[in-house]
Ligand binder design. Structure first.
Ligand code: BDR
Ligand code: CA
Length: 311
């Protein structure tokens, strides 16, 4: 179809699921594929979740590919305390009746980008292993990807995986390093902005009138996510990281971006997987990313709620 061509690379995951819902409610976007990675839970469970969501949302025409079972170098991490045993909190969705495509995630990314050179945006809302594998396998890809938007890292805000690192980057820092050095037009959406976007029961009430099954899914999945934030982080509400990264595809003015040279610590004693942004250009190196550093929280929440109500 018409519109911005996007591949969603994801590890669903509660906030990933909210990004699926928002993507369905953004007709500006033509979703080319969903590629799944390990992350919030195993790639097998994440893939089942992706298929369940595609069926809930009537998106069966979008190919779903399973991807990396583990990070490039590290051993696998999962976050079942954050997202629940299934990865979707307290939400229960029917077992999927559709299946994944034969191609694995990295190969599907390679094929779609080669068939649409210069046109594909990749929205990464999990560890970026699939993209790193694609870039390693086909070195011409970096010149053919239009841009990458990645929910990843934290600049000044505390880490949510270690004291200094964000979960997606923590899961596979070596893959994120490959992305940072790829020369691809890269937008980073870090915790600095996503942790401002706290979704609460009051927001759920504002969804009244939206599709009942979708509302029910949002209510049951985020209930678990809110319990996690309260118990482990002392935060009321839940940070809806991934949908913010999706939203800026069509509404970039929700955030203020800065061009930064961004680097990643791979062998730190305490800071492995911490990303840093060279605010004063102390390194003298040219910027390699646009980083979202401020967000209009109310505008984003309004956008999310309004769009979900269109479904
Ligand atoms: C990121 O990690 C995952 O738990 C979420 O789905 C999000 O993509 C936030 O750090
Ligand atoms: Ca995610």
């Amino acid at each position: 179809g018409a519109g911005m061509k996007v591949i969603l690379d994801t590890d669903p995951g509660i906030d990933d699921a909210l990004a699926f819902i928002l993507l369905k409610a953004m007709p500006e976007i033509s979703l080319q594929a969903i590629t799944v990675t390990h992350g919030n839970t195993t790639v097998e469970k994440c893939t089942t979740n992706a298929l369940k969501l595609v069926e809930l949302l009537g998106m069966r025409d979008v190919p779903v590919a399973m991807g990396a079972t583990e990070p490039l170098v590290k051993t696998l991490s999962v976050a079942e305390e954050t997202h629940g045993d299934t990865g979707l909190g307290h939400a229960v969705l029917p077992n999927p009746t559709t299946t994944i495509v034969e191609s694995n995630a990295a190969n599907l990314i390679i094929d779609i980008v080669n068939a649409n050179p210069g046109e594909i945006t990749i929205l990464c809302i999990g560890p970026v292993t699939n993209l790193a594998l694609a870039l390693l396998k086909d070195p011409t890809l970096r010149k053919k990807i239009k841009n990458v938007v990645s929910m990843a890292g934290t600049i000044h805000y505390p880490g949510n995986a270690t004291p200094s690192s964000e979960y997606n980057v923590f899961c596979d820092p070596e893959s994120f390093d490959i992305l940072l050095r790829s020369g691809i037009d890269l937008t980073i959406v870090p915790l600095d902005v996503t942790y401002q976007c706290l979704f609460t029961k009051a927001h759920i009430e504002r969804l009244a009138g939206a599709r009942e099954d979708v509302c029910n899914f949002i209510d049951r999945s985020t209930a678990f996510y809110m319990e996690f934030h309260a118990e482990y982080q002392g935060i009321q509400g839940c940070a809806i990281n991934d949908p913010l990264a999706a939203a800026i595809l069509v509404k970039p003015d929700l955030v203020k971006m800065r061009d930064y040279y961004v680097d990643i610590e791979l062998h730190g004693e305490f800071t492995t997987a911490k990303i840093s942004a060279d605010h004063f250009n102390a390194s003298g190196k040219a910027p390699n990313a646009k980083v979202a550093m401020e967000v209009d929280v109310d505008a984003f929440m309004d956008f999310f709620i309004e769009r979900v109500k269109t479904l």
